[in-house]
Design a protein around this ligand. Structure first.
Ligand code: ADP
Ligand code: SF4
Length: 684
């Protein structure tokens, strides 16, 4: 199909200094924890996006010198000439598809703990490092400042030699030393680098000029700048300092890459920023102050929203990190008139969580993310079917939907049976909770494609028993029947049933999402630490109920620190008037009353009265059907449990497992994927 002419504007080339982007689709720098530890995987990951039509593909943060390194986080590294060949892998992979390659040179000051180099970090002034370690950064001398300038120049030269077209100077996310110099809370210097905003911006100006002088004849020099910290007077503000910095440096960089800080605001989850283009109020002014092109982000997945940004003069280039992760082929799909095939980011930040854990990137929507080199997975291509065997997928949740879709893409005849009257499984229920509506995209993307496939039959309201399955005589069966929440309190913290829960009238998330009767004062015991406990608390408050949330962790939704949400969640619950009790676990329950004990000192106990008790602890697989079928294993050439039925986990894990099962259908009953490619250090 041809693209709709209203999107032509997105495919116009854009001049950026001495180079030309082939279109307006711009993958801004984003971490993937492949980096210097996994250079082949990094190259393949970025190369696929170039193939998918992104006109510019950037690296993640790239350390320019060992005096500022990000161990344990595996990002980019360009310390010396020995690092150039691995960058060449990436630039070659990007250039092979006609895209430009950009590198984000980074020197992160007191955001680096230097756990590998063991050198004392530096900062504008003496300050604790922000990695939570007992390490302080020392104040930079003039010699240090000269060194940092020189290291940027040397790294820029190496970047040019490695084939990069765009070289970044970085002042964003509260990570980079150049932003630290701009911030009065970190820069209390009394020399010409401190005091007025002009002085605080001096090092940025010098480095931008230095890098331009060094490589500007061949490479575009981009400036990544956070215009606002969303802290009001407590931080940099777009209408004050942001505007002044852009006015001061307007024509110096070849490209302005603008966003908001810190990373949790730039990569805000859909729970906290549901609307795409949410950064516009903070960046729209930039284009009025510079003639240079401007790129910005806002979780753009809609081609119309992108066109609107360009036509209204907000942006010249549509920046994307997460939308390019969820769908590396987003530009091509717009170009080819296949908009309904775009796999839209759901704004869950599982990708960011992997980075914060220092694990290679993964994505809820795109299970091939990070697997491009490791397993040779491509987001748009899959091995054709090896036979015309009929395949039965039981359960239409995230695992079953993804598995059925990929089997159908392979060309297998697929029957998908779902017990209820709608597809989606857990996401169809959870998307009704506050802030989670985008989770429905996991279902909608797959369901809409499946419904168009001639080789797929979908049966709703079909709860299959083992006898039903055996009677169908389908040789290959994938069981994706999901999981249910426990009612006995057992979870991460408690390993024996809580006294008094046996037979008690308690609710689980399944009951709450299934329309169960939540009444009066609600006590939520959250030992899951992810999003459900706090979203259920929000919903109960919306319904006007009194809510007490008890968690054994020391914060609410503790795991969401990785998805960049924890602070926002706790703050929202406090705003909503939820009573929060941390570091306590259920000790005993009787009708209308629970005793919770301090996890550090069990004799510290609190009595809490409730009308409804909701337990958000752990789940048990719904594997009874699978176990019954296992007794007849010899009647199947494939029989596997997938997704939560195999092992309860995240939606991302269920989608991944469904995808993997479809790719490895022929490996039959062997549930483990074949060995994958690993980067093994070469000796010698
Ligand atoms: P996952 O995340 O692994 O996909 P879900 O719990 O989201 O798991 O989805 C499981 C789906 O399987 C649900 O939609 C559920 O209704 C369906 N299901 C459970 N048991 C059966 C069965 N016996 N036959 C058909 N569908 C089933
Ligand atoms: Fe979007 Fe979630 Fe994928 Fe990240 S993990 S790209 S937020 S869908």
């Amino acid at each position: 199909m041809a693209r709709d002419s209203k999107y032509d504007i997105l495919f116009e080339p854009v001049q950026i200094g001495p180079v030309t982007a082939p279109n307006r689709f711009y993958q801004v720098p984003h971490c993937n924890v492949l980096g210097h530890g996994r250079p082949r995987a990094e190259a393949a990951n970025r190369g696929v996006k170039a193939e998918g039509g992104w006109g510019v593909i950037c690296t993640q943060e790239v350390e320019i010198h060992p005096t500022c390194e990000y161990t344990p986080f595996v990002e980019g590294r360009i310390w010396d000439a020995r690092d150039i060949p691995q960058h060449r892998l990436m630039t070659d992979a990007v250039h092979a598809h006609g895209a430009l390659a950009g590198i984000e040179l980074a020197f992160n000051g007191h955001h680096a703990s230097n756990l590998y180099s063991r050198v004392a970090p530096v900062a504008p002034c003496a300050i604790a490092t922000d990695g939570g370690h007992p390490i302080q950064a020392r104040a930079m001398t003039k010699r240090d400042i000269a060194d940092v300038r020189r290291w940027h120049v040397e790294a820029a030269r190496r970047a040019r030699e490695a084939g990069y077209d765009i070289v970044y100077v970085y002042a964003g996310h509260d990570l980079s030393i150049l932003q630290h110099f701009l911030k009065p809370q970190f820069n209390k210097r009394s020399d010409e680098y401190g005091g007025s905003l002009e002085n605080r911006a001096r090092l940025t100006r010098e480095i931008l000029q230095d890098v331009k002088d060094a490589v500007g004849h061949e490479c575009a020099v981009a400036f990544r700048f956070a215009t606002d910290e969303l802290r009001g007077e407590g931080g940099l503000r777009a209408e004050v300092e942001g505007r002044e910095v852009v006015e001061m440096l307007a024509e110096l960089p070849d490209l302005w890459d603008v966003n908001v800080s810190a990373w949790d605001n730039d990569s805000a989850t859909a729970r906290f920023e549901p609307v795409e283009g949410y950064q516009e109020p903070y960046i729209a002014f930039v284009k009025q102050l510079t003639s240079k092109p401007v790129v910005g982000v806002g979780r753009f997945t809609s081609a119309d929203a992108m066109v609107s940004q360009i036509k209204r003069g907000v942006l010249d280039l549509i920046g994307a990190a997460r939308p390019s992760i969820a769908d590396p082929f987003l530009p091509r799909k717009i170009d080819e008139g296949r908009i309904d095939e775009i796999r839209e980011c759901i704004g869950c930040n599982i990708c960011a969580a992997q980075d914060n854990i220092s694990a290679p990137i993964r994505c809820t929507q795109n299970p091939t993310q990070g697997e491009e080199w490791k397993q040779g997975w491509h987001p748009e291509r899959i091995e054709p079917a090896a036979s015309d065997d009929h395949v039965l997928v039981i359960g239409g949740g995230p695992a079953g939907l993804e598995c059925a879709l990929q089997l159908a893409n392979r060309g297998y005849p697929v029957t998908l049976a779902e017990a209820t009257d709608r597809l989606g499984g857990r996401v169809s229920r959870e998307c009704e909770l506050p802030g989670l509506s985008s989770y429905a995209r996991v279902r909608d993307y797959r369901e809409s494609l499946l419904r168009k496939k001639p080789n797929v039959e979908i049966y709703l309201d079909n709860r299959l028993s083992a006898e039903d399955v055996l009677a169908l005589e389908i040789p290959r069966v994938l069981v994706a029947t999901g999981a249910h929440w426990r009612r006995d309190g057992i979870g991460k913290t408690l390993h024996f049933p809580v006294p008094g829960l046996d037979g008690a009238d308690v609710l689980t998330p399944d009951d709450v999402l299934g329309g169960g009767n939540v009444e009066g004062r609600v006590l939520i015991f959250d030992d899951d630490d992810y999003y459900l406990g706090s979203t259920i608390a929000e919903r109960c408050r919306e319904q006007g109920r009194e809510v007490v949330l008890v968690t054994p962790a020391s914060t609410v939704s503790a795991w969401t620190v990785y998805t960049l949400e924890q602070h926002k969640i706790q703050s929202r619950l406090l705003d909503l008037g939820v009573e929060i009790v941390v570091s306590h676990a259920l000790a005993e329950v009787e009708p209308g009353r629970a005793v919770v004990a301090n996890v550090y000192h069990g004799s510290h106990r609190l009595d809490i009265e409730f009308d409804s008790l909701i337990l958000v602890t752990t789940r048990l697989p719904d594997d009874a059907l699978y176990n019954s079928l296992l007794e007849h294993e010899d009647r199947f050439s494939t029989l596997r449990a997938i997704g939560d039925c195999h092992a309860p986990g995240t939606v991302a894990a269920a989608v991944y497992d469904g995808h993997s099962a479809a790719r490895h259908l022929e490996s039959g009953k062997d549930i483990y994927a074949p060995l994958f490619n690993r980067e093994i250090p070469a000796l010698g």
